[in-house]
Design a protein around this ligand. Structure first.
Ligand SMILES: C[S@@+](CC[C@H](N)C(=O)[O-])C[C@H]1O[C@@H](n2cnc3c(N)ncnc32)[C@H](O)[C@@H]1O
Length: 203
């Protein structure tokens, strides 16, 4: 893993690990990136669900993005990262893996939503800015930007008491039919034909 050091602009809630904005790429992968286990899970999920259009909020180095793109090579994967230096490293990785279906935008999530109001996604991975208000705001925006067969995955639902409150609001939302709490992720489905049900599965 790269020993390169980059200057990071901390979007979102800041880090509980890093004290400086100069960070080694290898350390970002270790502390901010999803784990190999979650990466495998995302790969299998996208392989199974075959979503045509995927949105990821919070690219970081692109660990999850890569798993999603490899899980369904015909998907168009849009991923958003506010820190342009971090996004540059991710883009280089996508280029070297020849993952040409990944569209990476280096901009704040809010700007992205303001610019692309009519886009619809089948799978959304929300992995950035872990605070209650922001998470609920993204959820409200995503309700207009997802198909009825879509799945939304919220990472770090137990990162703080406020994130757990946000997750409870999301899972109880009238448009959500099925919700799954995996302890790390909160997943929601909208399928109107399905009865409202909540599952807790330790994955
Ligand atoms: C936990 S990391 C994402 C990890 C990544 N999904 C992976 O697979 O390793 C969260 C990322 O979201 C970005 N981020 C947080 N809030 C943001 C915002 N409001 N707009 C744009 N990017 C944001 C941060 O800069 C950070 O790189």
């Amino acid at each position: 893993m790269s020993a390169e050091e980059i200057e990071v602009i901390d979007f979102g809630q800041g880090s509980r690990v890093f004290r400086s904005n100069k960070r080694k790429v290898a350390a970002i992968a270790k502390h901010a990136g999803i784990s190999p286990k979650r990466q495998r899970l995302l790969f299998r999920l996208t392989q199974y669900l075959k979503p045509e259009k995927v949105l990821e909020l919070g690219t970081s180095l692109g660990i999850a993005t890569t798993a999603i793109a490899l899980g369904n090579p015909s998907a168009v994967v849009t991923t958003i990262e506010g820190c342009s230096n971090t996004a540059k490293v991710a883009q280089e990785a996508f280029n070297s893996f020849q993952l040409i279906e990944i569209q990476l935008y280096a901009k704040p999530f809010e700007t992205f939503f303001a610019e692309r109001p009519s886009e619809k996604y089948n799978l959304v991975f929300v992995d950035g800015n872990h605070n209650k208000e922001a998470t609920l705001h993204y959820f409200e925006l995503l309700l207009k930007n997802t198909t009825t067969n879509a799945v939304l995955i919220f990472d770090d639902i137990y990162w703080s008491p406020q994130m757990t409150e946000a997750w409870e609001v999301i899972q109880k939302h009238p448009k959500v039919s099925v919700s799954i709490d995996t302890f790390q992720w909160g997943m929601v489905f909208f399928r109107p034909e399905q009865q409202k049900e909540h599952f807790i599965i330790r994955l």
